[in-house]
Design a protein around this ligand. Structure first.
Ligand code: BMP
Length: 212
């Protein structure tokens, strides 16, 4: 079944831990990014360990190969099982993340196309397709593609084949969970869950939408 990934962009550490714990039985992985890590430190990964859910580090790494390697090592040492890097950085810099992920038995996902409206100015016109092909060439585990544009996900799927597609943009950004769940391997949902009056009810509904 399509995975349900919680984007835990909650800057209050106590609240983040509370939401993660309550939602854990209904989710497949938790994505952590700058909002929570900058407020709580990388050690938050260790504190989430007892939930026994894979942790995805969303730093959208975008540096030279050596710096990427150093970042990725920190991420996997902290207990994450996956890392997300940008794709426009080129093959050598993507490979630096892919190689470290492989060394740790983890995974690396490459941002092929972003979900927000402004992303079309850069990613359309062949760039996303080029990045998706680069992700395959670099043997990344998969790509990030926009739930806000299912038709684009379909195009990128043709390029990446059976490699995983994780898709943010469901809920708050307007993406429809059941439509996108049919096209991808994992849907990423943030605000529509953690800002809901009752995050558990919300996540249960997204969980059900995967099979609708
Ligand atoms: P929300 O469901 O609240 O819109 O959160 C989506 C999450 O996915 C955020 O963590 C955001 O940084 C991330 N994301 C995204 O929305 N679009 C992308 O193209 C790539 C992302 O990582």
């Amino acid at each position: 079944m399509t995975e349900l990934i919680l984007a835990l962009d909650v800057t209050d550490k106590k609240q983040a831990l509370k939401i993660a714990e309550a939602c854990a039985p209904h989710l497949d992985a938790i994505k952590l990014g700058y909002p929570l890590i900058l407020s709580s430190g990388l050690s938050i990964a260790g504190e989430l360990e007892e939930l026994d859910k894979p942790l995805i580090a969303d730093f959208k790494v975008a540096d030279i190969p050596n710096t990427n390697k150093l970042i990725a090592e920190q991420v996997f040492d902290a207990g994450f099982s996956s890392i997300i890097c940008h794709g426009f950085i080129g093959a050598d810099a993507i490979r630096a993340c892919v190689d470290v992920a492989a060394d740790y038995g983890g995974a690396c996902f490459v941002v092929a196309e972003m979900s927000h409206p402004g992303a079309t100015a850069f990613f359309h016109g062949g760039t996303a397709e080029k990045i998706a092909a680069l992700a395959v060439e670099c043997e990344a585990d998969g790509i990030i593609a926009p739930a806000t544009r299912p038709e684009r996900v379909t195009i990128l799927r043709e390029i990446v084949g059976r490699r995983k597609i994780l898709s943010p943009g469901v809920g708050a950004q307007g993406g429809d969970a059941s439509t996108v769940a049919k096209l991808v391997d994992g849907i990423i949902v943030g605000r529509a869950i953690y800002e809901a009056k009752d995050p558990v009810t919300a996540i249960t509904e997204f969980s059900a939408a995967r099979t609708a």
